[in-house]
Ligand binder design. Structure first.
Ligand SMILES: Nc1ncnc2c1ncn2[C@@H]1O[C@H](COP(=O)(O)OP(=O)(O)OP(=O)(O)O)[C@@H](O)[C@H]1O
Ligand SMILES: [Mg+2]
Length: 385
């Protein structure tokens, strides 16, 4: 392959790990974070916050950008704010979470490992010796919470008290999850964590246009992505309100144009990118689902595929869900809980729900899969389960 691209100026600006300086349409969330942590910056007071919202709504990137900014501000006034982000999907237990924090902070641990208490004590010593405050981002904390509940989170909110830390040193938490986890915390944890939460709503079409345009300017040579292509990307991604999907489409469309030696990215490349991307996207999204959410989705996909219809009713879906649970040796949840799962699947964008027409008994919903073939969903879920 030739080394120099005629389309991409800097492809790394489309990496998922890249953190842009400005985050269009997340100014409000950044401002809230800044206000919330103002006492941390000035005096090292511990503050905690939950960021929650659907997939690809900018939670992770906003938390990272905020931490970059606050630690730079601290530096300017001769103080030290360290930050570390741990993804709880990869590091589920308290011990692996703490090991990941140590790795991020370059603190060495003995090969035999440490107990949780020893880890926390070492962290205390590290922070005390530098008079540093640590902001710990526990990303995708839902995964940890599902398995371990509040206990570890609670102990982190008590970190300063437990170790009688008084100066600038201490620990603050930014938790990130898909839904409002605070509702599921026990009273002791809520009282220690506080009630602050910041919502990240799905991006609208207009917002996605801005985000995509920013990446076009950063990653492509001027004039290489036409406006129609940007609009089409926003059209496709606004079904989910997902900036990640939009950026992946942009990148992939660029690659397809490049491979074909075409002079610019056109809607045709975007369409080809979409066809290529959706299964990957779906797979990455499916990972986030809990066991019963997966079973509900599997039931829906299976029924839709077998009947060849566009919609099914909630009652029918509940019946198939019970059968699927039996097949997988799980005990099915009550109908109320099932309806909650449906709402969540709707929130994540996996299914569409609409109230069924007049004359129907009760308030039944019609369920459909918006743009992923039922068979693909079923296969992926089966592989994963
Ligand atoms: N406002 C924004 N401006 C620029 N880029 C954005 C913005 N919001 C999100 N992005 C980009 O979109 C992608 C997805 O964002 P991010 O990873 O922060 O989403 P998320 O809410 O953490 O999603 P998930 O719940 O799947 O982890 C990233 O590449 C990020 O840089
Ligand atoms: Mg994230």
């Amino acid at each position: 392959m030739q080394g120099v691209s005629s389309i991409f100026k800097d492809e790394t600006k489309l990496d998922m790990s890249y953190v842009p300086r400005d985050l269009p349409n997340r100014e409000k969330q950044l401002k809230k974070l800044k206000n919330h942590f103002s006492g941390t910056l000035s005096q090292g007071i511990s503050r905690h916050v939950l960021l929650y919202g659907d997939i690809g709504t900018g939670k992770t990137v906003t938390a990272k950008r905020f931490c970059q900014m606050i630690s730079a501000d601290a530096k300017k006034s001769g103080k030290e704010i360290k930050w570390a982000r741990v993804n709880c999907m990869d590091h589920l237990s308290p011990n692996t979470i703490l090991s990941a924090v140590f790795e991020e902070l370059n603190i060495r641990i003995p090969e035999r490992g440490f107990s949780d208490e020893e880890m926390l004590d070492n962290l205390r010593r590290y922070l005390k010796s530098r008079s540093a405050h640590l902001i710990l981002i526990l990303d995708d904390v839902d995964a940890h919470f599902k398995k371990y509940g509040c206990r570890f989170i609670y102990s982190l909110t008590r970190f300063n008290e437990s170790f009688k830390l008084k100066g600038y040193e201490g620990l603050s938490l930014i938790l990130i999850s898909h839904d409002n986890l605070l509702e599921r915390f026990n009273p002791a944890t809520i009282s220690s964590f506080g009630h602050t939460k910041i919502e990240f709503s799905r991006y609208t079409w207009e917002e996605l246009i801005e985000i995509v345009k920013q990446r076009v300017n950063l990653a492509f040579y001027s004039g290489k992505v036409n406006d129609e292509s940007i609009k089409l990307i926003a059209d496709i991604a606004s079904v989910w309100g997902d900036a990640r999907f939009a950026i992946e489409l942009l990148w992939k469309a660029g690659k397809i144009a490049e491979e074909n030696d075409d002079p610019e990215v056109t809607p045709e490349h975007v369409r080809a990118a979409k066809a290529d991307t959706y299964s990957v996207i779906t797979e990455s999204k499916l990972k986030y689902l809990g066991k019963h959410e997966k079973l509900v989705l599997l039931a829906i996909a299976r029924k839709l595929r077998r009947t060849g219809k566009a919609y099914l009713r909630t009652g029918e879906a509940f019946d198939v869900y019970k059968v699927v649970c039996e097949e997988f040796g799980e005990s099915s949840r009550k109908e109320r809980q099932f309806l909650d799962y449906l709402k969540r699947l709707h929130g994540y964008g996996f299914i569409d729900l609409k109230i069924s027409g007049a004359g129907e008994r009760g308030r039944s919903h019609l369920i459909s899969l918006p743009d992923i073939p039922a068979q693909v969903v079923e296969e992926k879920l089966r592989e994963m389960y």
